[in-house]
Design a protein around this ligand. Structure first.
Ligand SMILES: [Zn+2]
Length: 479
């Protein structure tokens, strides 16, 4: 993926949040919206949140007023992609701006190489105060918290109430200090433990068997012949209850920032690391499913310089968040990362009128592809291959406009399928025969991407014993 926007777009995007003190001076014009305040950015990653559960993405089953309010007050990205449906590789891409086959962390069972620069490291070196707040997942063992000067992990906090810890950190910051915080909310991932009020509202299924809702349990059920009656219904209802709880905690975050008079001067970015698989027989198995359900996620942004109530139809990816945040602090991501950067700053889309930003949406409408148009690549997790070698993955995909190419590799052979994901979001009808040119074009882009990223791959590191135990507790089994 090309790294750079045009110079004009880049310069217009720089410093949308102005600095003070030792920060670079703000440019003249409408972008200098946060004058007198240091840049403040809060990234919230929403684990396992499918876009279609949110009201602002067309969902009707769950009340999500707070996430919907962010869409109303900011920008909603209709086509946001993640490269893998697992927590560690997806977060690694978001935090490095590099695709998984470049940063090297291609499954949950390894760690990011220390020499790979993360967003937090880049900012910390440039005078930004950095803090991360998470509870369940082993981001420390996966080496994804490097660069955060404050690291708060509380595995005892299954109520997921990390916000008091975040606000304690925020309140202690010197007033003139620019800051970057990352909050990870694991709420929509199993095990499901929604508060009683949300459970009472959403869970009506009468499954009361002895089994829990862990990944391990579902794998055992699938191997032993399928789900018992009402299990799937209760799983889906518990998931919705957790989504409602997640939205409640997002509301608490917004309220806390508002009470501190910080809401309108904080750049807030909300993005899921992957969605959940809700279809049988892969119910709840997001880590092993590379579909639109898991790879297309919600992305919402609000804050100084961000358009209000806009919807961006252009395809974007989670690697775009690193350059976006770097620019918010006045740094040129291309100058810092060069060809290692797979993302593009979102600022030209955030600040622009949505109607001007949706050119990509029509991609492939006539059954052809624009060679310059963006493609989002996805893959199922795999064990990191040796440097320079192409990965041996089970499933690869390339999504552009309405079309998605899926390459399934199994038993030494492979199968290519093409889906019209606008008309067929669950990928039921292969239309490859009707669009051979699209298949060829997407396959060429996919092969180019694999070769390009493999050539600059960083080696993955091992995962600590504690990290492996955490994965086992979550039910992902051994590797
Ligand atoms: Zn996850």
């Amino acid at each position: 993926m090309g790294a750079a926007w045009s110079g004009a777009a880049l310069s217009s995007a720089l410093l949308l949040i102005s600095g003070c003190g030792d920060q670079p001076p703000a440019p003249a014009g409408p972008v200098a919206l946060a004058d007198r305040h240091p840049p403040q950015v809060v990234l919230v990653t929403l684990d396992t949140l499918s876009a279609d559960r949110l009201g602002c993405y067309g969902g009707r089953d769950v009340a999500t007023p707070h996430l919907d309010s962010i869409a109303a007050d900011g920008v909603r990205f209709a086509r946001a992609a993640v490269p893998m449906p697992q927590t560690a590789p997806s977060h690694a891409s978001l935090l490095t701006g590099r695709s998984p086959f470049s940063h090297g962390l291609t499954d949950n069972w390894h760690s990011l190489a220390p020499e790979v620069d993360t967003l937090a490291e880049l900012l910390l070196r440039r005078g930004v105060e950095t803090g991360c707040f998470y509870n369940v997942f082993q981001f420390n063992d996966a080496n994804l918290v490097q660069g955060f000067r404050t690291q708060v992990r509380d595995v005892s906090d299954l109520a997921n109430d990390l916000l008091p810890k975040f606000f304690g950190w925020l309140d202690a910051l010197p007033p003139a200090k620019p800051s970057f915080a990352w909050i990870h909310l694991f709420i929509a991932h199993t095990p499901f433990v929604p508060p009683d009020a949300h459970r009472a509202r959403y869970v009506t299924a009468d499954y009361d068997g002895p089994l829990d809702f862990s990944v391990r349990t579902r794998l055992e059920l699938l191997r032993s012949g399928g789900f018992p009656p009402h299990y799937a219904d209760e799983f889906l209802q518990l998931y919705d209850a957790e989504v409602a709880f997640l939205d409640e905690r997002v509301g608490a975050l917004l309220d806390g920032l508002r009470a501190r008079d910080r809401l309108d001067r904080t750049l807030l970015l909300f993005m899921a690391d992957h969605g959940e698989s809700r279809a049988l027989p892969t119910l709840g198995m997001h880590a092993f499913v590379a579909s639109q359900e898991t790879l297309r996620v919600p992305l919402l942004v609000r804050g100084p310089g961000v358009a209000r109530g806009a919807v961006v139809e252009s395809l974007v990816e989670n690697v775009d968040l690193l350059p976006t945040v770097l620019e918010s602090f006045g740094h040129d991501p291309v100058a810092l990362l060069g060809e290692l950067l797979d993302g593009r700053s979102l600022w030209p889309l955030l600040a622009a009128d949505a109607s001007e930003a949706s050119d990509d949406a029509a991609g492939g409408a006539a059954g052809t592809l624009d060679a310059d148009e963006r493609v989002a690549f996805g893959a199922l997790p795999c064990t990191p291959p040796p440097p320079g070698e192409l990965p041996d993955v089970e499933r690869l995909c390339a999504w552009q406009g309405r079309f998605k190419l899926v390459v399934q590799q199994r038993d030494g052979g492979e199968q290519e399928q093409l889906f019209d994901v606008d008309a067929d979001p669950h990928e039921q009808h292969d239309v490859a025969a009707a669009h051979p040119n699209v298949v060829r074009a997407l396959r060429r882009r996919l092969d180019d991407w694999l070769a390009r990223t493999a050539a600059r791959r960083a080696p993955a590191g091992p995962l600590s014993r504690a990290g492996q135990q955490m994965l086992q507790q979550l039910g992902y089994g051994d590797r």
